[in-house]
Ligand binder design. Structure first.
Ligand code: DOR
Ligand code: ZN
Length: 344
């Protein structure tokens, strides 16, 4: 097989930043994709429908000419989010989810939710209107080891949350562990998960053995290889609960190669091809389309894209760096060779 044609994929989790960053992040996010779920962790965060509308306009201003790519907007939940904001979001037609960040969990999450128990009226409103809850599933207690934060979140919070709100559509974002994959598989059809290319391609040895590689540092952090294998199994299983969400997150080279480097991997230079690499290595190219193009829209209750993309078996070298803002970023897989390439 030297070429495959599949329904155009969507990215159900990505970061564009704002202002000058949009000049490069938006065309990259539109490369090969039909739609993208735009994470709201700006400073200040996108907490209101009016802010999401303004942000959407700034994004659309950078969309390449002739592209139909659609940004799907998200509200950032805080302790002060009101049920009325959820009803307004549902009425807007352009807000497709609300993001839960535990306060302090990751990049620009300081305004996140301090206690899930305070969110009852908001979650009830979301359940009522069918608004998707996108969860950064990690606890932030300082006594919990960073490698255990996702599993502890599931046991302490997620199990009871999905029991308490059985009709709430919940996505456990960027899952990183076997326990997360098992939890999602055994939960109801209202629970799904996104998986990033970095968590499928790498484990913590890639990040830490032989020297620290800051460009592989993301949150939730890469785990040991048994977890990487469990995520690959989930992605290639064809199970409708798992779908593509790159978590592509641009940070400058300098911000990552620092004494306190920030979390996030940029993958929009080659997103679909990075996933294709995983599916090809696993002998599961026939399952790629479900994961990248079908399961996500089905979960969100949106139509499949009506155009296709073509991937050709063609080796190509990923760049060492890319221009970003007034400097550069180092993309995921920099300097490595991939086997599949999107026909442009
Ligand atoms: O690695 C990450 N980077 N994880 C997140 O949750 C946020 C993201 C970012 O915004 O850079
Ligand atoms: Zn993210």
């Amino acid at each position: 097989m030297d070429s495959i044609t599949i329904i155009r994929p969507d990215d159900w989790h990505l970061h564009l930043r704002d202002d000058q960053a949009l000049v490069t992040s938006v065309p990259a996010a539109a490369r090969g994709f039909g739609r993208g779920i735009i994470m709201p962790n700006l400073t200040p965060p996108v907490t209101k429908v009016a802010l999401a509308s303004d942000y959407r306009e700034r994004i659309l201003a950078q969309r390449p000419e002739g592209s139909d790519w659609q940004p799907l907007m998200v509200l950032y939940l805080t302790d002060n989010t009101s049920p009325d904001e959820i009803y307004a979001a549902a009425d807007s037609g352009f807000v497709h989810g609300c993001k839960y960040y535990p306060a302090g969990a990751t990049t620009n999450s300081d305004s996140g939710v301090t206690d899930l128990n305070n969110m009852h009226s908001v979650f009830t409103a979301m359940e009522e209107v069918g608004m998707v809850l996108q969860m950064h599933g990690e606890v932030t207690s300082p006594d919990i080891d960073i490698f255990d934060r996702e599993v502890v979140f599931i046991e302490r919070h997620l199990r009871s949350l999905v029991d308490q709100y059985p009709n709430l559509k919940v996505i456990l974002e960027h899952i990183t562990t076997e326990q997360a994959a098992d939890f999602v598989m055994s939960a109801s059809d209202n629970v799904g998960a996104t998986i990033t290319p970095q968590h499928l391609l790498y484990n913590r040895n890639h990040m830490l053995v032989g020297g620290i590689r800051p460009h592989l540092f993301c949150l939730p952090i890469l785990k040991r290889d048994i977890h990487q294998q469990a995520l690959i199994s989930a992605a290639i299983s064809g199970n409708h609960k798992f779908f593509l969400g790159t978590d592509s997150a641009p940070h400058t080279k300098g911000a990552k190669e620092s004494a306190c480097g920030c979390a996030g991997c940029f993958s929009h230079h080659a997103a679909i091809e990075l996933y294709a690499e995983v599916f090809d290595q696993a002998g599961a190219m026939d399952k790629l389309e479900a994961f990248v193009s079908i399961n996500g829209p089905d979960f969100y209750g949106l139509p499949h894209n009506t155009t296709n993309i073509v991937l050709n078996r063609q080796s190509w070298l990923l760049p060492e760096s890319l221009p970003f803002e007034d400097t550069v970023l180092v993309p995921l897989g920099a300097g490595t060779t991939l086997k599949w390439k999107l026909a442009e």
